[in-house]
Design a protein around this ligand. Structure first.
Ligand SMILES: [Zn+2]
Length: 287
């Protein structure tokens, strides 16, 4: 197949079995000369509107001006185990006419190739890529089912959350077709991208991203605080006095100043309320 490139073609010393399924990003019939004339005024570096999760930047010449507002994310797989640097080297080749906004390596690092303000040439669909931020994810094993590492998966979730937050996308909606805002390459071209492993996880990816987006709300934060507080208090119930306080604690029990909760637990590590403090003062005859 002419649109499959063996990495060695690009002088990269990789597993020779590794292939890039980074098929031409331009849609069939699109005129590369038309889009290429934007290159003269294209940015050569990242802008402040891109993700702060990026740790490697190599801006690709393969991009054009966006004609639509960002409202979706398209996830691809590399069909190979490329680092963010190796992926950037492939996209640096202007004759490939392919690129993506971001790439994620098996080590979880994130690369930027096309600033979000530009349309990347990733999904063989002008209509999709003008509205999408596109992400290429490395496969930890370059064979069926084309898995990705846990580190890459976690980075993918974080990057999606970050893209949604910065572009005011309230949630990722996976519908199984192009009516949603989480899309895949194989809906626009004859390709197996994003591979069996990622394809099966699209609903879970949307769910996890949405959970984290909602988790940013105050109510969720307070709920989590209460859960942690409950855990902290139940730990404190079991705690014995610290060595330096042991003698005083024993004396307090002996004198009946400290009576515990009635079940034999004295809760020495728990915070003291004002009412408990006053009761103990009373028991000592100080009131
Ligand atoms: Zn793809």
């Amino acid at each position: 197949m002419s649109d499959i490139f063996v990495l060695e073609d690009f002088g990269l010393s990789l597993n020779p079995e590794a292939e890039l399924e980074l098929t031409d990003g331009l849609a069939k019939g699109e005129d590369p000369d038309f889009v290429r004339r934007y290159e003269e005024r294209s940015a050569s570096s990242a802008s402040s509107s891109d993700s702060s999760l990026v740790s490697y930047t190599a801006i690709s010449p393969n991009k054009s001006m966006r004609t639509a507002k960002i409202d979706r994310i398209t996830i691809h797989h590399m069909a190979g185990n490329l680092t963010v640097e190796q992926c950037g080297a492939v996209f640096a080749n202007a004759s490939r006419k392919a690129s993506s906004n971001y790439g994620i390596g098996t080590d979880g690092r994130v690369g930027l190739y096309v600033p979000e303000s530009y349309r990347a040439w990733t999904s063989s669909s002008s209509a999709n890529d003008n509205r999408a931020v596109t992400i290429e994810v490395a496969n930890s094993v370059a064979a069926e089912p084309w898995p990705v590492s846990d580190a890459a998966y976690e980075s993918l979730i974080r990057l999606c959350v970050d893209i949604c937050q910065r572009n005011n996308i309230p949630e990722l909606v996976y519908t199984g077709n192009t009516s949603g805002n989480l899309t895949m390459h194989c809906w626009f071209a004859a390709t197996s991208c994003p591979g069996t492993y990622l394809k099966a996880r699209f609903p879970a990816i949307a769910e996890e991203v949405n959970k984290r987006l909602r988790g940013q709300t105050e109510d969720e934060g307070y709920k989590q605080f209460c859960e942690y507080m409950e855990r902290y208090m139940s730990e404190a119930v079991k705690s014995d006095p610290s060595p330096w306080a042991k003698a005083a604690c024993d004396k307090a029990i002996q004198k009946g100043v400290m009576k515990g909760d009635g079940s034999g637990a004295y809760n020495f590590q728990r915070p003291l309320t004002r009412e408990a403090y006053l009761v103990m003062q009373d028991r000592e005859g100080l009131l």
